[in-house]
Design a protein around this ligand. Structure first.
Ligand code: ADP
Ligand code: ZN
Ligand code: ZN
Length: 742
């Protein structure tokens, strides 16, 4: 018997192994096996079994162990993974790796024992804080905590919420006040009160469009709803209908969007436990969530990008929120689009899929316009909220202080006086993006990247420099390395500097900065957004982290400080991204009862796309932008495939891509002219940032009117790459439907 095993590594197809273990039943398709490879052992997944070998199996190595009694993935799911491998030209073993939780990749058993969970015993339940020693703070905190949840808490959950608890727990155990047992990581049983919204007519008909579909039917929907229109309520309505049929739902959200508040909102509305998969979980928690969904014990999964691979017992609906968000595209390694895979998955499983956004990507809009997706719309804000008014502030010739123009400063004062909250958006973290010598003009740049280092203080007295591209850090110099001068200028604003400025202008107001630096610690994002939401902070300053889906009902003024750079990016998607960002940030204003105002500072108040966006809205903007794309023969009217190569040696990547281009052209020369002619090959050229992390980077772009042309062209050349000795010196990658041209 030949067993085809997907193992991690650069192998285009599964590897063949022999099965001759006497003591183990033959492996089924979809189970994990341990196999020898060179002088290592690898864990792989059985993709196929060939009972009657068509060649001599004596030369094959034998499977060492079969790890699972039952398949981890069913045949449909395996087919989905195989499809992803072939579409993205990613080795199947790597796709399987992406689909498995780390513990399963490492060979842990599929059946999980569960983690240790502590809860109050019978005796402990009557315990009151007065029964504890007065100064035993830890014990008081632990008791209060245990009283909130009958089902108990795991170590991971306790760690996330209490600074120290083990000593107190030991004491409680000794007293017999708590019991411990191994339980599944079942989400909490207390779902809170079910809120009762009455859906408005548009929301209702959107829900109905999905609920009315016969079961087991694929259909793709674009749910385009302005910010605050109640898209989440619509998702919940759709999910309820699916749950009523006994099926499960998968909801993908951007990394930033998956907040504890969102999870709580889902489980309260659905009165069910909701499983989550995101980067904040540890390996056990991931495996557990995965297990609960795979076995059907939990019906709803809220997850980020990689949750698209999670196996379901009976999937009935797929949803992706903020579908335009770039975080759904994996930008390294296996470069998949979770959005596109989700649509494919829904098709394979014959279930509906809903792509939601206030600012849909042009690809998705195009799909809606050509009839591939049904277009559902929510044109109004839910409840009493109104859409904010958006105005461009022409700051040419205006006095700008620390990046803030006088009219914006005045507007801030006005809104604060009226009791409103103000949000300032500046998409640059740190103190200043450039540190320059005042004498000779020397600038602090990264030793391994073609980029400036950003100056940070983060509360310390002495500044330090950080490269935002490779993470390199260094103390800020005291004297200029070039001329020994001690005079430096800090050029430009980052959120850190802006916060300092704003705090000095409004000394009695609470200013809150929300960016990657202030939210690095676990739980801090939740804490900061809660302060923002409750109104405990008066002024919010943040990067695009603040733009994503947050509901801050007290914000009445939103100011966008520095958007001009984004208008003129080298990437053909720059304007689209900018428009999405502007409307998403603007959408944070006026979500409560008070009306919202949005002010955008710009030196380019006549920029045509910007004008269209502000005057006529996203649809008009998108129509224009799509027209431009069509004329320029760019996606979504063309398909692209990007090949990248990088090496520490300058030019090695370029040489590799030149060789590759030649192979591609030779292949094309054999094609019938009418198929070959529309395929374009651009480059190779150096990447916009040629050197990053000490590597010189180059790219080659393929473009064609039909996807199939690119797919088959690259598939013909791919085996040559895998055999090429050049790959020893360069790191190369293939990016199907690239989202960024960097
Ligand atoms: P979106 O996801 O479209 O930005 P949300 O779903 O977060 O919007 O809804 C915005 C706010 O409006 C939320 O506070 C939500 O509870 C409220 N809301 C949504 N739909 C309704 C409704 N039909 N009636 C009352 N309030 C609603
Ligand atoms: Zn100098
Ligand atoms: Zn760097």
């Amino acid at each position: 018997m030949i067993v085809k095993v997907a193992v991690p590594g650069p192998f285009l197809t599964p590897l063949d192994y022999r099965f001759d273990l006497a003591e183990s039943p033959a492996p089924q398709v979809g189970v994990r096996v341990r196999v020898p490879f060179r002088n290592k052992e690898l864990i792989g997944l059985v993709m196929a079994v060939q009972a009657t070998p068509d060649y001599d199996v004596a030369k094959l190595k034998s499977i060492m162990a079969v790890l699972d009694a039952e398949p981890i993935f069913d045949a449909d799911h395996l087919a989905f993974l195989a499809w992803a491998a072939s579409y993205y030209h990613e080795p199947i073993g790597e796709v399987v790796q992406a689909a498995l939780p780390k513990k399963l990749r490492a060979g842990d058993p599929l059946e999980i024992e569960g983690e240790e969970v502590w809860r109050l015993s019978q005796a402990g339940q009557s315990l009151q804080s007065a029964d504890l020693p007065k100064n035993a703070k830890q014990q008081h905190a632990l008791l209060a905590f245990l009283q909130t949840e009958q089902a108990g808490w795991s170590a991971a959950q306790l760690n996330a919420r209490l600074t120290s608890w083990r000593a107190a727990m030991k004491k409680f155990m000794a007293e017999g006040w708590v019991t411990s047992h191994r339980g599944l990581c079942l989400p909490k049983s207390d779902f809170g009160v079910k809120p009762s919204h009455i859906l408005n007519a548009e929301q209702q008909s959107a829900v109905q469009a999905v609920a009315d579909l016969p079961p087991d039917q694929f259909k793709a929907f674009l749910l385009q709803g302005v910010t605050g229109s109640g898209k989440t309520e619509v998702y919940l309505g759709m999910i309820e209908a699916v749950l009523a049929r006994g099926q499960q739902a998968l909801v993908l959200v951007p990394e930033i969007g998956l907040t504890p508040q969102m999870v709580a909102r889902f489980s309260a509305a659905l009165q069910q436990p909701v499983a989550t998969l995101h980067s904040g979980l540890n390996d056990s928690e991931r495996l557990c969530a995965w297990h609960l969904i795979r076995t059907g014990q939990v019906k709803v999964l809220l997850g980020t990008r990689s949750a698209v691979f999670a196996p379901f017992a009976d999937l009935g609906l797929c949803i992706i929120d903020e579908e335009h968000d770039l975080s759904f595209k994996q930008q390294e390694g296996f470069r998949y689009s979770a959005r596109d895979l989700l649509v494919r998955r829904a098709f394979a499983e014959q279930v509906p899929v809903v792509l939601g956004s206030a600012t849909p990507s042009l690809e998705t809009l195009h799909n809606a316009q050509t009839g591939r997706f049904e277009h559902l719309r929510l044109t109004q804000r839910a409840a009493k909220a109104k859409l904010p008014s958006i105005k461009l502030l022409d700051i040419r010739g205006e006095r700008i202080q620390e990046g803030v123009s006088r009219p914006l400063q005045v507007a801030m004062q006005r809104h604060l006086d009226a009791g409103g909250q103000v949000l300032l958006f500046l998409n640059r973290r740190g103190f200043a993006p450039v540190l320059m010598c005042h004498e000779c003009g020397w600038q602090a740049s990264c030793p391994s990247c073609d980029a400036n280092m950003t100056l940070h203080y983060s509360g310390q007295h002495h500044g330090h420099l950080r490269c935002h591209h490779c993470g390199y850090q260094a103390a800020a110099p005291q004297t200029c390395p070039s001329c020994q001068s001690t005079e430096f200028v800090q050029v430009g604003q980052g959120t850190e500097r802006l916060t300092e400025t704003i705090q000095s202008w409004f000394p009695d107001k609470t200013v809150l900065r929300i960016d990657r630096d202030t939210t690095r610690l676990k739980g801090s994002m939740a804490e900061l957004t809660e302060q923002a939401r409750s109104g405990a902070a008066d002024i919010l300053i943040g990067t695009q982290m603040l733009a994503k889906g947050h509901h801050f009902p007290k914000v009445t003024l939103v100011g966008l400080l520095d958007i001009d750079q984004g208008l003129f990016g080298a990437d053909f998607r720059a304007a689209e991204r900018m428009a999405q960002l502007i409307l998403q940030v603007a959408g944070r204003a006026g979500r409560g009862e008070a009306a919202g105002e949005v002010l955008i500072q710009t030196h380019h108040p006549d920029h045509p796309l910007l004008l269209t966006l502000i005057r006529d809205g996203y649809d008009a903007f998108a129509a224009k932008a799509l027209q431009e794309r069509q004329i320029a023969k760019l996606p979504p009217f063309r398909f692209q495939l990007m090949l990248r190569a990088e090496a520490t040696h300058p030019q090695a990547g370029m040489a590799f891509l030149h060789a590759l281009k030649q192979s591609l052209q030779e292949t094309l020369a054999q094609w019938p002219a009418e198929e070959a002619k529309p395929v374009e090959i651009w480059g190779p050229v150096s990447a916009p940032m040629e050197r990053r992390q000490g590597r010189y980077r180059y790219q080659l772009l393929l473009q064609a009117p039909k996807r199939a042309q690119l797919q088959s062209l690259f598939a013909q050349v791919e085996p040559l790459i895998y055999q090429s000795p050049l790959t020893r010196k360069v790191r190369w990658s293939v990016d199907v439907d690239p989202q960024e041209m960097n």
